[in-house]
Design a protein around this ligand. Sequence first.
Ligand code: GLU
Ligand code: MG
Length: 427
Amino acid sequence: MTPTAALIIGSIVDLAGVARAKAVPANRVDAFVTSGMGASPSWSVFCADDALAFTDALSVVGDLRLRISKSDLRDLGDGVSWAPATLHELDGSVSPVCSRSALRRIVEVLASSELAARVGHEIEFTVFGGVADQQWSAYGLSAVLAQESFIRELCANAQRAQLEIEQFHAEYGPGQFEISLAPASPVESADNVILARILIGRTARAHGMTVSFSPIPTVGGSGNGAHQHFSLTRAGVSIFSGGQQAYGMTDDGACALGGLVTHLGDLTAVLASSPLSGMRLQPNTWSGAYICWGHENREAAVRFCAESSGNPHGANVEVKVVDGSANPYLATAAILAAAHAGIVDQTLLPQEVTVNPSTLAESERGERVPTEMGEILQRLRASAVARSALGNPIIEAMVAVKELEHSRCADLDVSTVVECLRYAWSA
Ligand code: GLU
Ligand code: MG
């Protein structure tokens, strides 16, 4: 918090991936930290379109609290500070549906085996009201220069908020940009995703533009991914380099990758399950539509990036399936839990896919990431990895939310759904 802050905002991310917030005047910051600000249990069963998927456990009865820490506050400018919040019961204990706390628990599980993760997020978004579509070229210099003042101001705002942006480029679709954030610890990194969305949204508004993080921002347009990179160390030493397995992976590293590929399909509910997510997960869009892995393979759901001078943060693994509708805390928790399960179970690393998987026979290219909601939720429910990582309360609430979201959109035409959800994941 800066000495001039007038407004303090704290936010959580719900199970539909939507950020929901409470705000207080700056003189109330201590109350936000100690007793917290009220939130009905319904906050955990909101759908992306704000419909409510009440369950027996999460209904109109009860009350929860959003709490922040002063040390997490970031300066957004204009007298506004923001912090990520955690969800608590009235007695002060952590709520079992708090996604930030679920990720913390996975970090502790890893730490008990001397494992530590770093996570780096890529954020794709589509800007409306800026450069005309005809002036756009993928990765185009002109697109960057045409939005120069937006980008410059965003970089300055990020610096003030202590958000480390590593790079920025114009993406494939008209109006689409991508920002890479510097790797950080898993929880801080997920916090940074929300901070980045806030800063992107605020800066765009100041330029008269709107921003969508939706997996499908326009009908027929380029999808927005939210790829996550992670690295893992054991006792401080990378498990993805310096070993005897493929591309220098250690035995642990190969098993972690094996676990990720093995469990990924079961975790799709947590990674990409909005009513629009399946539409994005198409072959030849670099969204990782096939569940397989490959060294620097941009069509594989899991891309291995080996240690090299071009990878200054060291060897890491990119999970491409994730989109902007995912709760970033839960998506990271699921990814790390799958990698951890691979290490514990000594899962064999499947055969690498070294070409575009869609050019291979069905038996060789890996299964498609599931896109049918019934299958996605059935696999989530049946997944022991998901249950132990997220806990039953989160799984049951997520199933209720996703079922209702799906049924509400089932009879609508695509363009209505795309329009209705265009800004659901914006901040
Ligand atoms: N837009 C693609 C997606 O939906 C990703 C493109 C890229 O690899 O940057 O995942
Ligand atoms: Mg991209």
